[in-house]
Write a protein that binds this ligand. Sequence first.
Ligand code: F6P
Length: 342
Amino acid sequence: MKVGVLTGGGDCPGLNAVIRAIVRKAERQYGDQIVGFFDGWSGLLEDRSMCLDVEACRGLLTRGGTMLGTSRYQPYMFDDGVERVRATIRKHNIDALIVIGGEGTLAAAARMHTDGVPLVGVPKTIDNDIGGTERTFGFDTAVQVATDAIDRLHTTAESHDRVIVVEVMGRHVGHIATWAGIAGGATMVLVPEEPFDIEAVCESLKRRHKRGRFASIVVVAEGAIPLPGTLEIAEPTIDEYGHARLGGICNVVAQEIEERTGFETRVTVLGHVQRGGTPSALDRVLSSWYGVAAITAVHEGNFGTMVAFENNSVVCKPLEECVANLKFVSPELLSVARTFFA
Ligand code: F6P
């Protein structure tokens, strides 16, 4: 078979490991040819690609980012987008696509499948918010980076009797904030799943400091939302793909904390540090597993599916169902996090 591969959306650790696994299994077991399309759907829209073989994938397992490049463009942004993708597929005699991406890229993949393109999806994102799978690759690495940062912030916060507000990624969900908050012993975690009351946050910090604790770490997900009418957050700018550019809520939260409590407060925005660099061991294994499962699904004709981690196994699920709903942090885990608040 001739199989096309693309990586779309924000990059994340493990993308290269998925590509390597697809190529290894495809070439060695099935005798396939793999074509890598550059920069997400753009490579198919503009017919830009390279041949991928085992040799081209040497050293990829540990490398962050994606050797194919990525973008947030997708075919449905253009009137002739679907036709252009079809023409590229025809030109290269591609039998099927493997689409590695997050919510936007996979939603486009689900539509492309409905429009007759045989494909299999692979869920990536540090945010871990794709429905239908217990895990996306990249998440474990991001949680470790955030936890390491929180560990470091504890000692400086304690030395100066300060509050430090740490902002992590998570535009719709608070998986990174919750996991890194629990792992790093944060004083409080603010996530999109539960709108927060800044007054209650400050009161609880005051109580904690009255009990003799002299430093606090507040972890805030970039997409955290204040209770209506409690705090003014500036509207985010919208990028060229229609995505809200988040980041900076920690500044508002920190300013309010300092004003309302009198505690000296600082901010740290972890930003893209969470997305870069080498994947954790867990993400390397998960990415390799997903890659092998995706090319296997192609050979079984299991199109319109997404590979998903469930009950310690990788299975295929209908792509359309997976992209229909985001996966939020469970109330159970949020309540575990709350046990350690303030
Ligand atoms: O990959 C998802 C994500 O990490 C979001 O949490 C974040 O809002 C977004 O990427 C930022 O991506 P970029 O800066 O590349 O637009």
